[in-house]
Design a protein around this ligand. Structure first.
Ligand SMILES: O=C[C@H](O)[C@H](O)[C@H](O)COP(=O)(O)O
Length: 262
């Protein structure tokens, strides 16, 4: 008897299940990182194993690559594939224009490179990620370890010149050590509370020496699939302005549950 999913896992599963409907045989697919994206990788693996779908996955983190191989997806590097048909990924926040904050799991750099290399980006999320204005979730910024305290001070100084409510930056830790990204870099989390001009902030952040990339994903997401615990999903398409409501069968998620490791 499969285990019952928690409400949050039901929401994540149905968003992931609906999103993989966009994947077609032969596609090159960017595979996001995080707990919602892990559901998507599991769903895709099922399509590969049970329906014989042929896809090539490009993973945005080593943990996603490991999971994808485990479930039967062929994984290649972005340099082998170059361009992707679509990327499916989670988000930490989304606003009404489908602008995002990402990087809660520290994978923002690879995620942004992969999403930018894709014809289409589909974001999967539950309603807890919806905000009127970005900034409640601390904005992750990937910085190189060399001189990171100077980089942090430059970021905090810059923040006094842009329209945000908070100004503090904190070094992300893994236990007592700095958290390391897949590139060996550090993450500074910016506690901004409200970002009035995300485009301006993204530009100025990326001009600071030592900053590699920031977690603002602006004008990159094409379709957002919001999952709910009752099995309903909302599919918002920013390009054609449509919003559709559908229902997804939850039983498939319970069968996948035992294996969903992220
Ligand atoms: O670095 C991690 C990614 O940007 C994730 O997609 C994001 O943090 C959302 O993760 P989750 O689906 O676990 O909430």
């Amino acid at each position: 008897m499969p285990a019952e999913l928690s409400p949050i896992d039901k929401a994540k599963y149905v968003s992931a299940r609906r999103a993989v409907d966009f994947v077609e045989d032969g596609m090159r697919v960017g595979l996001g990182t995080g707990s919602t994206a892990a559901w998507m990788v599991r769903c895709l693996g099922e399509l590969v194993r049970e329906d014989g779908m042929m896809i090539t996955g490009v993973a945005t983190s080593t943990r996603t690559a490991d999971l994808a191989r485990e479930v039967g997806i062929t994984v290649k590097t972005l340099d082998e594939v170059r361009w992707l048909d679509l990327t499916i990924d989670g988000a930490d926040e989304f606003d009404p224009n489908l602008n995002l904050i990402k990087g809660g799991g520290g994978a923002l750099l690879h995620e942004k490179i992969v999403a930018t290399a894709s014809d289409q980006m589909i974001v999967i999320a539950d309603l807890s990620k919806e905000v009127d204005r970005l900034g409640t979730f601390p904005l992750p910024v990937e910085v190189i370890p060399f001189g990171w305290q100077t980089t942090k001070a430059l970021i905090e100084e810059m923040l006094s010149n842009v329209e945000v409510l908070g100004r503090a930056a904190s070094l992300r830790l893994n236990g007592s050590e700095p958290f390391r990204t897949d590139e060996g870099n550090f993450i500074l989390d910016l506690h901004l509370r409200r970002i009035s001009n995300p485009a301006q902030l993204s530009l100025v952040l990326n001009q600071i020496p030592g900053v590699v990339e920031n977690g603002l994903f602006l004008d990159i997401c094409d379709i957002l699939v919001i999952g709910n615990a009752d099995g309903t999903v909302e599919v918002r398409d920013i390009n054609n302005g449509t919003v559709e409501h559908e229902r997804v069968d939850l039983v498939g998620g319970e069968n996948l549950f035992a294996d969903n490791g992220d």
